[in-house]
Write a protein that binds this ligand. Structure first.
Ligand SMILES: [Zn+2]
Length: 462
């Protein structure tokens, strides 16, 4: 395997291949393929259609068989076999936002980095997997399965592309999606949100609100209140006198719902403050203060821990009012061994025991594959050959493409040693100056080649 890895590096560093890779990457990066609601046959808009057509043409030129699945997604197929191995990536990107030091929709090659929107998420990894297969083609390897690259066009806004794929083609026997980082992610927590109505809003609270999205811990919350109380000073709380009302603002620390460990809930700060100072006091406010002072779902009786996933997380993302009642929205990342129906039932029961009403906001199920599965071992061993880090499979609380297709795991294409080279808040997926390093390109290509050759052994027995 060492020798093959060396050959892959030589292949990727060959002048003609390197020039082709950069030209191909430049041509797909230059298309601002933000998925949108299109009309007619371009279901996700003209740019997504264009990036798919361009990528299919690139693949066809190199010997892949192209298929366009009604512009939801496409396939590039190599080889033949009764079974298929899928490599699932996406061609749509998130909007570029501001603050870039280079043109986002053009490829910049600088200091060993490829910079541009989509270089890392996910056009770059898609192209790396294509070049890994080109290596196998050139060396004349035959595989006992067909390899199907699936090219999605609305991963960032709903992943209906993969559902469409499953309705027009048979889902591959096993797939990986290079839309994450190495090593192998064998499981993702289930995700759901729920709303809760917490009883009548206190009459002296004229306005109340907090947070911006269900999936992050609310980092600010406020209320406008009529009161005679002169409130105390408290860290994280500012009070503005507005004449006959006070505007109380709480400032906490936000965090993604899947990683709440270092967060501080502004909803907790606000509710606690109102109760402690006697400005407003209801069971709803007290309950919220308690539920937002922890992030493991204990208050709702749904806390659970397990060796594969760690603990369930439950955070409050939004605060407000609905039909005169105090209202909040919680986001839960749960361990998929426990069925969703069971967890939401417990949430509803707990809410009801206080006289509150909880309702589901929809669920996306998680998954787990066994780390003993020989295919997972094939990927893990290939990772170990190429990167000098702990390559034990991991699980996470966030969701990728992998959850939308059976027997699919997230795998690559970033390597942590090459992340963050441009400083915090830059260079990563969805960030400004998004990049993939040249070294990640080469190493990911090596890992993909070795993985496919190990899968060859798994599927043919030799
Ligand atoms: Zn992505």
């Amino acid at each position: 395997m060492k020798d093959i890895a060396k050959q892959v590096r030589e292949f990727m560093e060959r002048e003609d291949i390197k020039a082709q890779f950069e030209a191909d990457l430049a041509s797909i990066i230059s298309i601002p393929s933000v998925s949108e609601k299109g009309d007619g046959k371009y279901v996700f808009g003209e740019n997504c259609a264009r990036v798919l057509d361009t990528t299919l043409a690139i693949g066809e030129k190199y010997g892949f068989v192209p298929e366009n699945h009604d512009y939801y997604c496409g396939s590039l197929i190599y080889g033949e076999g009764e079974k298929e191995i899928g490599i699932v990536s996406h061609l749509d990107v998130v909007p570029c936002g501001g603050g870039w030091s280079v043109e986002p929709y053009a490829l910049t090659v600088k200091d060993g980095l490829y910079i541009g929107r989509g270089t890392e998420d996910d056009k770059g990894p898609m192209l790396i997997s294509m070049y890994a297969i080109r290596f196998l083609m050139e060396k004349g390897y035959s595989l006992p399965f067909a390899v199907r690259m699936i090219l999605g066009c609305d991963e960032e806004v709903g992943s209906t592309d993969l559902r469409h794929f499953a309705s027009v083609r048979e889902v591959p026997d096993f797939s990986f999606t290079p839309d994450s980082g190495f090593p192998v992610c064998i499981g993702e927590k289930g995700i759901f949100s729920f709303g809760i109505l917490l009883g009548k809003k206190p009459a002296n609270i004229l306005e109340i609100g907090g947070g911006t999205a269900s999936n992050s811990v609310a980092d600010s919350a406020y209320c406008v209140v009529k009161t005679d109380v002169t409130p105390n000073e408290k860290e994280g709380i500012t009070v503005e006198n507005m004449g006959d009302t006070l505007r109380i603002t709480a400032t906490g620390k936000g965090a993604h719902a899947s990683l709440p460990e270092n967060s501080l809930s502004a909803v907790k700060l606000l509710c606690e403050y109102l109760v402690e100072n006697g400005i407003a006091d209801t069971e709803g406010l007290r309950f919220l203060a308690k539920a937002c002072s922890e992030y493991k779902g204990k208050t709702f009786g749904i806390d659970k821990e397990d060796k594969d996933f760690g603990y369930l997380t439950c955070i409050c993302g939004l605060l407000g009012e609905k039909e005169g009642e105090l209202w909040a929205n919680f986001n839960v990342r749960y361990i998929p061994y426990v069925p969703y129906e069971e967890i939401i039932a417990t949430v509803k029961q707990t809410a009801a025991s206080y006289g509150f009403t909880a309702y589901s906001g929809g669920c996306s199920e998680g998954y787990i594959m066994s780390s003993d599965d020989p295919r997972i071992q094939a990927l893990t061993d290939s990772c170990r050959d190429i990167i000098e880090e702990d390559c034990a499979p991991y699980t996470m609380g966030d969701g990728t493409y992998a959850r939308y297709m059976k027997n699919t795991v997230a795998f690559g294409a970033t390597i942590s040693a090459y992340r963050g080279l441009l400083g915090e808040g830059k260079g990563g997926a969805h960030e400004r100056d998004e990049y993939i390093s040249r070294e990640e390109v080469i190493r990911a290509a090596q890992i993909f080649v070795l993985s496919l050759l190990r899968l060859k052994k798994v599927y043919s027995g030799n």
